[in-house]
Design a protein around this ligand. Sequence first.
Ligand code: NAP
Length: 284
Amino acid sequence: MVGKDCYAVFGYPIKHSKSPRIHQLFAEQTQQVIEYTAQEIPAERFGESVKAFFSQGGKGLNCTLPLKELAWAFADITTKRAELSKAVNTLLIQDDDRILGDNTDGCGLITDLTINHGISLEASRILILGAGGACRGILAPILERSPRQLILANRTRQKASDLAAEFCLFGDVEGSGFAELKGQQFDLIINATSASLNDELPPLEDDILAKDGVCYDLAYGNRPTAFVRWGVEQKAKKSLDGLGMLVEQAAEAFFLWRKIRPQTQPVIDVLNAARRFVSEVKGE
Ligand code: NAP
């Protein structure tokens, strides 16, 4: 690893990761010379692979599914937001050789919602679907915006209640099952379930989205996800997927590593153009 500073994303599977492209675009834009690779690492080889990467001079790592909790446990020190989410998506080696773990997912979502799409969280009635790792990472930053109402609904109701109880010191948040949502309306519905990965939709009533409401799916793909399509059917003012969040969390990681903040919109535009091409020409 002589010459370029080396970075990588570890995950399993990792073949379709957009992170190498995103970080290469950031590097070109900010005139940084880096190498960023995607490496398929099974959970049982995670610890040894991270040690090998850094001992060979690697500067920073991203960790994605299913390795974020392992990265949290592995890091020598963690930021407050990583501690709250009990998951780490960014590792960096410090001058004293200790490995710092951070989680940039929550701030990536907030930046995409509020800066890129001009959505105000403060006065909103917000519904989050799901109570897994991604939900844990976005709860505190959303509650810090003091929404008018925040409900967490999950298929396994107990997980939503437990998570709500854990985060209630940041603001009012209530756990729920899907059936109990009947008759309620929300200005912003965030899909933090993994249902879209199987082209499935959580069970939602047709009148649950308020007029001019917004839908946001953390998942993304080359074609609109099941939840994004549902939002369009519900006449959402905007029905968005998580590509912007992906780029924003990457920008925050890039900033941690390189101390330079790249512009994200040009990169989002490039990725959007690329997926339009894949979807139209290749039909994926
Ligand atoms: P996870 O920890 O495995 O949690 C999955 C959640 O989805 C659980 O709450 C589960 O409910 C629920 N679920 C799964 N299938 C469902 C279905 N058919 N109907 C209703 N609920 C269902 O996954 P995660 O790490 O939180 O990831 C969630 C999503 O966020 C994934 O799509 C991931 O790609 C996305 N994500 C995107 C970004 C980004 O940068 N855009 C970053 C992080 C995550 P139960 O508890 O009942 O099983």
